[in-house]
Structures are given as structure tokens and as C-alpha cells.
Design a protein around this ligand. Structure first.
Ligand SMILES: Nc1ncnc2c1ncn2[C@@H]1O[C@H](COP(=O)(O)OP(=O)(O)O)[C@@H](O)[C@H]1O
Ligand SMILES: [Mg+2]
Length: 392
């Protein structure tokens, strides 16, 4: 689909002048829209966008200067370039007045076709340049926000890695001291067991019980630390083999407080145990998809995480039985900044980042959803990442 050419508005009360200008601008690459009075021009200007306004100075009722003044005073048309077309050769005052109102240029009748055409071309070039700049700016803003979001994820990763490291050191010596304490207590066991004091034997049994519980607590902490480290993956940029299960568990651990008793998570892992991927980004992708699934479930609900392979591609899907996505929004949800969540809750970046992560793996994001029934979002990428990079 080619976009419609930009339009130029020509305002003149004399029909013959309009016809002449239309002829001159034929083939310049713009639509020529005609107005026969200032009022008609203003109506058109408010209704659609123009690249430039060619304005006759002398018109009955409202003259060109008045029209220009109104155009300049309205926020939607303030920046519209105005080119005055005037029949008076000698009134310097008029020309100064016109520039004062904000005219970009004057052309004197009879108008030279070559000059008019080249001036209009300049306006068209300016317009196109401005459009390009605006588009580049919008793209930059999107890229910047994604970067900020990725930087946040990376900072979170670093923080988590730091905490895991700090916990790990005391954990290691407490674990080892616990083992020493146990060995030493075992040495004393025969003596204590033969002791006749009930108080001592009951206390002894209790101490052994407590030690066992401490061991259980410590292994829970150790497991937590391991999952925190898995989540943080400081090796973001490197392609690596990872255990899929570890990656899923670490994300579930991070989201544990949001899942609570309310949401049941089931795993159906039919895919390979080990996959090659960019571990940090893959964690972020899974975290984003899981967060969305949790947000979509209003009451109690279920999330199923599935892995499988299909034609040498790895598939990771998250299915929720939440609110679903209305058909008319399906095309939009990947757009950066598109969110249906309240301000402060949604950034609208989760899926666009997840999409770029899929792309980075040479893969895709599939969305399947039914309003009121639930949503499945599947991240797929080739099992042999090297091959996909070589192909790309
Ligand atoms: N699992 C899902 N169920 C229902 N709607 C979803 C789901 N995942 C995403 N969406 C819709 O897509 C929008 C964009 O998601 P996302 O890019 O992650 O941004 P955010 O979560 O910040 O809104 C969400 O606001 C929501 O409307
Ligand atoms: Mg989200």
C-alpha cells in the first residue's frame, strides 16, 4: 500500500487562478486541494493535514492576511508554511505585514510556473524530512525504553547475584559447622544414652531433632541461593547450554509470592532437559510471560508451563486460564508501550522485549488466546542456535 501523497491547499477566490495553479503543480508529487474563500480554507485546514498553504492576498470577506493570522493562532496549524500569492508588485508594506504574520514567502502574479513548482518541492522535501526525523525519533524512544527496561532487568540480576553471593559464604560455614557438631554429638551418643537422667536423654533427643531441622532449613536456603543465581545469570551475552528445569524453577521462585495459593502452576516438560540459549534474556522472557499470565488471572486459576520440540525447534509455552485477549487487540499487544493495565502497573514493554528476545534466538512468539477462556503464548526457537545464526 503506497501512502497518499501529501496535500497542498490553494486558496483563491478566482476560479481561473485555481485552475492555473493546479496545472502548474501537476506532476510535482502532491495533491492539490482548492478553497475559494478564507472560511472554506479554515474549515479544510481543521479537518486534515497539509504540507503548505498557498494563499491569495486579495479576497472578498476575509483577506489572505486575516486567514494567515487565524492559521498562526491555531495550535494545529501554527507551523504550516504559508506562501502568499499577490498581484501587487509595489507594496513593500504588505510584504512586511505578510512576513510579520508568519508568511514563509511571497510570489507575485503572474506566477512563474518554474518558481512555484520549485518552492512547493522545497515544502514537500521539508515535510518529508520532518516525517523522517519524527519517525526516527519514535524508533529511538522505543529503543531507549527497551534499553532502560533491559538495564533494569540486568540491575535486578546483579543485585540478586550479589545477595546470593553474600548469603552463600555464611551458609557454607554454618553448613560445615553443623556437620562437625553432628559428628561430635555422635561421639558422645553412647555416654548420653547410658545416662540415667531422663532430663538429659530427653534434652539430647530434642537437640538431635533440632539439628535435623536446622539441616533441612539450611538446604532450603542453599536451594534458594542456587535459584537466585540461576535467575541472575550474569553471563547475559553468552550463548550457553542450560537446564530448562533450573530456569523455570528460578522464575517460579522469584514469582512465588505472586502465585501464592491462588494460582496453581503445572509443568509438562516434554522438551529436552538441556537447551542452548542466551540464559539471561531467556529468564527475562519467561519472567515477562509468567507475569502477564498472573496478571490475567483475577481469581484462583491455573498456569501450565510446557516444553516440547517440533521439527528441530524448541517450544516453550505458558498457558493461563485468565481473561484472554480480545481479537481486536491481538495485533497490538506486542507493540512497545501497548498496555491495558493501569498506570504504574503496566509498562507495555514486556511482550515487545520478549519478542526481541525471541528474535535474538532466531525464533518467534506465537499468541493464541480466546477472550474469557485464557491465553497461550509460545516462545519458539531452533534447537541449533548456531545454525540459525549462520543462516541469518
Ligand atoms: N496472558 C495474557 N492474558 C491476557 N492479556 C495479556 C496476556 N499477556 C499480555 N496481555 C495483554 O498484552 C498487553 C501488553 O503486555 P506487555 O507487553 O507485557 O505489557 P504490560 O504487561 O506492561 O501491560 C497487556 O497489557 C495485556 O492487555
Ligand atoms: Mg507484561
Amino acid at each position: 500500500m503506497t501512502p497518499e501523497p501529501p496535500s497542498v491547499l490553494v486558496v483563491d477566490d478566482v476560479e481561473a487562478n485555481l485552475v492555473a495553479i493546479r496545472g502548474v503543480l501537476d506532476g510535482v508529487g502532491c495533491n492539490v486541494v482548492e478553497a475559494r474563500s478564507g472560511n472554506e480554507a479554515l474549515r479544510l485546514l481543521l479537518r486534515r493535514k497539509f504540507v503548505a498553504l498557498l494563499l491569495d492576498v486579495q479576497m472578498p470577506q476575509m483577506d489572505g492576511f486575516e486567514v494567515a493570522g487565524l492559521v498562526r493562532s491555531h495550535s494545529a496549524t501554527r507551523d504550516l508554511p504559508i506562501l502568499f500569492l499577490t498581484a501587487k508588485h509595489d507594496t513593500e508594506d504588505d510584504v512586511l505585514r505578510g512576513y510579520g504574520i508568519g508568511a514563509v514567502d511571497f510570489l507575485f502574479k503572474p506566477i512563474s510556473p518554474v518558481i512555484l513548482r520549485s518552492k512547493v518541492r522545497v515544502f514537500l522535501d521539508l515535510y518529508e524530512g520532518r516525517n523522517n526525523v519524527e519517525q526516527a525519533l519514535a524508533e529511538l524512544q522505543v529503543a531507549q525504553s527497551q534499553l532502560v527496561q533491559s538495564a533494569k532487568m540486568a540491575a535486578l540480576g546483579e543485585l540478586v547475584a550479589g545477595i546470593a553471593h553474600e548469603i552463600n559464604n555464611p551458609l557454607a560455614f554454618v553448613t560445615s559447622h553443623l556437620a562437625t557438631a553432628r559428628q561430635n554429638l555422635d561421639l558422645a551418643a553412647p555416654v548420653i544414652e547410658s545416662c540415667s537422667s531422663a532430663e538429659v536423654t530427653v534434652g539430647w533427643t530434642k537437640a538431635l531433632d533440632r539439628l535435623r531441622e536446622m539441616g533441612t532449613g539450611l538446604s532450603r536456603i542453599a536451594n534458594l541461593v542456587l535459584q537466585l543465581r540461576t535467575f541472575s545469570r550474569l553471563d547475559e551475552g553468552v550463548r550457553k547450554q542450560i537446564e530448562v528445569r533450573e530456569c523455570i524453577d528460578s522464575v517460579l521462585m522469584i514469582l512465588g509470592h505472586r502465585l501464592g495459593e491462588r494460582i496453581q502452576v503445572t509443568l509438562e516438560l516434554a522438551g529436552p532437559d538441556l537447551i542452548e540459549c542466551y540464559p539471561g534474556p531467556l529468564n527475562s522472557a519467561l519472567l515477562n510471560l509468567m507475569t502477564n499470565a498472573i496478571d490475567a488471572i483475577t481469581g484462583p486459576g491455573t498456569i501450565v508451563i510446557r516444553t516440547s520440540t517440533k521439527a528441530d525447534w524448541f517450544r516453550l509455552s505458558i498457558t493461563d486460564d485468565g481473561v484472554g485477549i480480545p481479537d481486536e487487540l491481538k495485533d497490538r499487544i506486542i507493540e512497545p508501550f501497548f498496555t491495558t493495565k493501569p498506570v504504574g502497573k503496566g509498562t507495555g514493554l514486556g511482550l515487545s522485549i520478549t519478542y526481541s528476545i525471541a528474535k535474538r534466538h532466531g525464533g518467534q512468539l506465537e499468541i493464541d488466546s480466546e477472550r474469557g477462556r485464557g491465553t497461550t503464548i509460545t516462545l519458539t526457537f531452533p534447537l541449533d542456535l548456531g545454525a540459525s545464526v549462520r543462516r541469518a
